[in-house]
Design a protein around this ligand. Sequence first.
Ligand code: 7RM
Length: 655
Amino acid sequence: MSDQSRDTIESLSHEDRTFPPPAEFAARAQIQEAEYRRLLALAETDYERFWAEQAQAELQWIQPFTRTLNDREAPHYQWFEDGLLNVSVNCIDRHLPDRANKPAIIFEGEPGDTRRLTYAELLHEVVRFANALRGRGIKKGDRVVLYMPMVPEAVIAMQACARIGAIHSVVFGGFSGDSLRDRINDAEASAVVTADGGFRSGRVIELKAVCDRIIGDCPSVHTVFVLKRAGNPVTWSPARDIWWHEAVAGAGADCPPVAVGAEHPLFLLYTSGSTGRPKGIQHSSAGYLLGTILTMRWVFDIRPDDVFWCTADVGWITGHSYVAYGPLAAGATLLMYEGAPMVPDPGRYWQICERHKVSVFYTAPTAIRALKKQGDDYPARYDLSSLRLLGSVGEPINPEAWMWYHTHIGHGRCPIVDTWWQTETGAHMIAPIPGVSTLKPGSCGRALPGIMADIVDNKGDPVGAANTGGFLVIKRPWPFMLRTVWRNPQRYIDTYWKEFDGRYYVSGDGAKRDADGYFWIMGRVDDVLKVSGHRLGTMEIESALVAHSRVAEAAVVGRPDELTGEAICAFVVVRGTRPSGPDAEALTQDLRQWVSEHIGPIAKPAVIRYTDNLPKTRSGKIMRRLLRAVAAGEPITQDVSTLENPDIIRQLQGD
Ligand code: 7RM
């Protein structure tokens, strides 16, 4: 954590509207008041028994576990460690034959094509691709990187890896070749699964072409599976590349699931932190899956007739827990949409809800704000009566956006579950129970049963008093927590446990809790940005900028943005004279493009300001807090007496 993050966190503005669960919803809810109380009480009184009971009830074990929690190597906790299971069996086979003909996936492509896969068909596809992987020598423990559009094959490939115990690592299709290369190499992946291209915002995103550019620098990769999706031309390397359809054509229709230990890594997912390169967050098999199933039931109140739509891409944790795993494990019907929300117009999401009778809809505040801005007419054109529950994730939802979502999408009838969690936590941690909780717009509610969340001051003491800001921590390990940082256990300890001497898991978020025990998340206290709900490290962007030949130094901060939550603001010192006029404009274009190529379009700075110097303390630390104030156009209130070069402030402000 940085110095400035230790400052007292001021509490948020006041919001006092409340929404009790609608009677009709509460009457049918899976978790009712009494059950909720029972779960909370059991978790309080017998923590391990609570989790053991959940794991026994919710998972299908090949060999039952006898030990619940092993904390001998804390904070490298192990859960259910002597149990054996297979995750794909828990997501698919367990629903057969009962739900063989029930749709598992309803897919809609951006061009409007649709496809349905029943649970029986999904199993068939997963088994064939699992055999295709095996045919190329992929075995338990090997890493497979996915670089895919949002099509059913992305889920099929993830499930196929799980079936044979291979560890997948999905790289978001919007990341650049450099980002893809770094992740492949860190994971030492044997194979990559990609597509010729995918449809997004009316264009073809050429994924295979991006792979081709970097694959020569990825010595561990021997096979690239290529799904034909967009039909765009591709170049081919016959020794390495194989079409998905050809690989599965010869594959057997039977693939016995590989039994793995509960702690066997299910996947790695790279995520940005405040320092260094993105880290490979390693999740377990049993504990992780348990978290997704439980929260599907507790928070999404999932039932057999639901059509569940989470708009997140499989490249993010939300697309893992609530697209690829949770909905299937819960036996629901999953809706997948390939494209952008505004194509062909801002009514697309609502049209999809109407067409496929979506009942539970889960998206990010940034999408809600963007769609709200397009006006109330778009949702009004569609029949949204199939919706019964709405969700929000990724960043704090401002009360105005919450109210619009509630009124214009939920028609006042649908509870909104605002879910706080992280790549590292695996599944929801703080969220309402929709049949029980009274909602407060802007708050994610109370911690789920078994999740011991608290707010502490910079010494690690619980703040106690209501509405006092502090650091959001988790006081006990939980089954779906990350296990480590891939091949970097020290970084795991340093990032998540060091701050308070191993006593708590440190989330990196600031928060307060009100008198009713409701959490209000105030955002990151470190140098992690949330831009349109996407997580980016300021340091990654700075590293990309300074790799440009004209850049000497760069500092990146977030600036509040009405639509994207935060916008990226870069302060740049160039080699030689500070650019101005057309030269500055041209360089700005160039740098934006440069960052896009190095990280991905989502990391492009919204604003670049040129300065002769960065504001630094006498010990040489960049004063980010000052830069944040400048970027936000706020008056400078902090003490600048420690500034090495006080004159720089006016220049930063653009004088
Ligand atoms: C699921 C996800 C994690 C960070 C987290 C927070 C922020 C996520 C909420 C939220 C306020 C929410 N994983 N965050 N959900 N802030 N209310 N409901 O987003 O690893 O990509 O990001 O996102 O800052 O630490 S993530």
